[in-house]
Write a protein that binds this ligand. Structure first.
Ligand code: ZN
Length: 148
């Protein structure tokens, strides 16, 4: 009963915040083949798995990719391996993080997408220049770009 109350409280709290400040579970896995992806675990729970080595390399941008994985869940997208998402779903997930994510992480991700000298082994799906522009547009529209 007490646990139920706490869950209710958490749901209420997260519904009230505009920033989603990571209400989701995360697991680091240095062997994970993607920067980050979301998985459906038993008992209806969803966990974002991210590559801790890659995240060390790309710094704050990692937060954006973790948010992107979580956005697929928030947007009711099917939970798929990252490369199978249609371009529109990818765009929507990027836009979601651009709207609700932390500005420094959004900026870091945009810088990474625009950096032609980034590590070519980074698993970035889609055209990075198009993604950067979409993220900037969405962040600006949501008033989540100003102070960076
Ligand atoms: Zn995606």
């Amino acid at each position: 009963m007490k646990a139920l109350f706490i869950v209710g409280l958490l749901v209420t709290l997260s519904a009230c915040t505009t920033n989603y400040t990571r209400p989701y579970k995360e697991l680091s896995d240095p062997t994970h083949e993607e920067i980050a992806s979301i998985r459906h675990l038993p008992w209806n729970s969803y966990t974002v798995i991210y590559n801790s080595d890659t995240c060390e390399l790309i710094g704050k941008a990692c937060g954006f990719f973790r948010g992107h994985a979580y956005a697929h869940y928030m947007l009711n997208h099917a939970i798929l391996p990252p490369k199978y998402y249609p371009a529109l779903s990818e765009k929507q997930a990027d836009c979601y993080v651009a709207k609700y994510g932390e500005q420094n992480e959004i900026k870091a991700a945009v810088d990474l997408f625009l950096d032609e000298n980034r590590d070519p082994n980074l698993k970035i799906h889609g055209d990075p220049l198009i993604r950067a522009q979409n993220i900037i547009d969405c962040a600006k529209q949501a008033g989540n770009w100003e102070s960076v």
